[in-house]
Design a protein around this ligand. Structure first.
Ligand code: AMP
Length: 277
C-alpha cells in the first residue's frame, strides 16, 4: 500500500514509522519512465521508497513555466501505486509558509554557469527544496537522474560541503525509442518540434562515437551544432565542471541545452577521453 501525505508534520510522522533503509526520490511529478527508473533503483537498494512530488516555485524564474508546468497528481499516484511506500505531495504553502523563505541555501559559482547562467537563482531554489526534503525524510540514500547533470553535481556538492548524512545514487538517462531524453516538458513539443529535438540526442551520439579521442569529441560537438537554437554545447571535466581542451584526458561530460519552439531541452553524456599524441 502506498501512503500519501501532504504536510511536513505528516511526513515526519510517517517517516518515523519506517524501519530499515530509506531511499528518497525527489520529483516534480508528471511522472514518466525516466522517473520510474529512479523509483525502481530505489526499490533495489532500500527497504522503503519515498517519492516526493512538488513543483517548487523557488526554482522557477519570472517568465518561466511554473504556472503551466504539467501537474497530474492522480495519474502520478496511480503510477506509483505499489512502486513507492510513501508519497509526499505538499502544496506550496505546506513547504513555504513564508515565501520567499527567510532563510535559503545559496550555491557557489557553479550555480551561475550553464543552466545557472540562463536560469539565475534556479539552483539555489533546487538546493533549498532538496535540503528541506532531506531534512524531512532523513533518507539513507537519495536518487537523482544523470539527465540533470549540473543539478546532480550541485547536489553532490551540497551533500559533501554541508556534511549531509546520506549518500547519493545517480541513474542513467532514460530515453524514448527515437533517442530523445525523457522529460516532463516533452509534452510541450509539437510533432514537428519533437523531430527537431532529436538533434540533441544526435549530438550526444556523435560525441560518444568520437570518443575516446579528445580532439575528435570536441570536433564532433562543434560539427553537430547546426539545426538548433543552442543555449550551450559544453565539454567539461566531469570532476570540476571546467571546460576542457584537446590536451584533456579523463572523464568528460558533454552537456548540451537547446530551445525548441518555446521549450528548453537538456541532454548529456559521460565519455572517457584520451588526448591524442
Ligand atoms: P523532475 O521531475 O524533472 O524534477 O525530475 C526528477 C528526477 O528525475 C531528477 O533527479 C531528474 O534528473 C530525474 N529524471 C528526469 N528525467 C529523467 C530521465 N529521462 N532519465 C533519468 N532521470 C530522469
Amino acid at each position: 500500500m502506498t501512503k500519501v501525505v501532504t504536510t511536513p508534520d505528516e511526513l515526519r510522522a510517517a517517516r518515523a514509522e519506517l524501519t530499515g533503509k530509506v531511499a528518497l526520490v525527489p520529483t516534480m511529478g508528471a511522472l514518466h519512465d525516466g522517473h520510474m527508473t529512479l523509483v525502481r533503483r530505489a526499490r533495489e537498494i532500500a527497504d522503503n521508497v519515498i517519492v516526493s512530488i512538488f513543483v517548487n516555485p523557488l526554482q522557477f524564474g519570472p517568465g518561466e513555466d511554473f504556472e503551466r508546468y504539467p501537474r497530474d497528481l492522480e495519474a502520478d499516484l496511480a503510477t506509483l501505486a505499489g512502486a513507492a511506500d510513501l508519497v509526499f505531495a505538499p502544496e506550496v504553502a505546506d513547504m513555504y509558509p513564508v515565501l520567499p523563505p527567510r532563510v535559503s541555501v545559496t550555491c557557489g559559482e557553479i550555480a551561475t554557469l550553464f543552466e545557472g547562467a540562463i536560469r539565475p537563482g534556479h539552483f539555489d531554489g533546487v538546493a533549498t527544496v532538496v535540503t528541506k526534503l532531506f531534512t524531512l525524510t532523513a533518507p539513507d540514500v537519495a536518487i537523482f537522474g544523470q539527465k540533470d547533470a549540473q543539478q546532480l553535481f550541485i547536489i553532490r556538492s551540497l551533500v559533501e560541503d554541508l556534511n549531509l548524512p546520506l549518500t547519493l545514487e545517480a541513474v542513467p538517462i532514460a530515453r524514448a525509442d527515437d533517442g530523445l531524453a525523457l522529460s516532463s516538458r516533452n509534452i510541450y513539443l509539437s510533432a514537428e518540434e519533437r523531430k527537431a529535438a532529436l538533434a540533441l540526442s544526435r549530438l550526444v551520439r556523435a560525441a560518444e562515437a568520437a570518443a575516446p579521442n579528445t580532439a575528435a569529441v570536441l570536433r564532433a560537438v562543434a560539427d553537430n551544432r547546426a539545426d538548433l537554437d543552442w543555449d550551450y554545447t559544453a565539454v567539461l571535466d566531469h570532476r570540476t565542471f571546467a571546460q576542457i581542451d584537446e590536451s584533456f584526458s579523463g572523464e568528460a561530460l558533454v552537456m548540451i541545452a537547446a530551445r525548441v519552439g518555446g521549450t528548453r531541452l537538456l541532454d548529456n553524456t559521460i565519455v572517457h577521453l584520451r588526448a591524442g599524441e
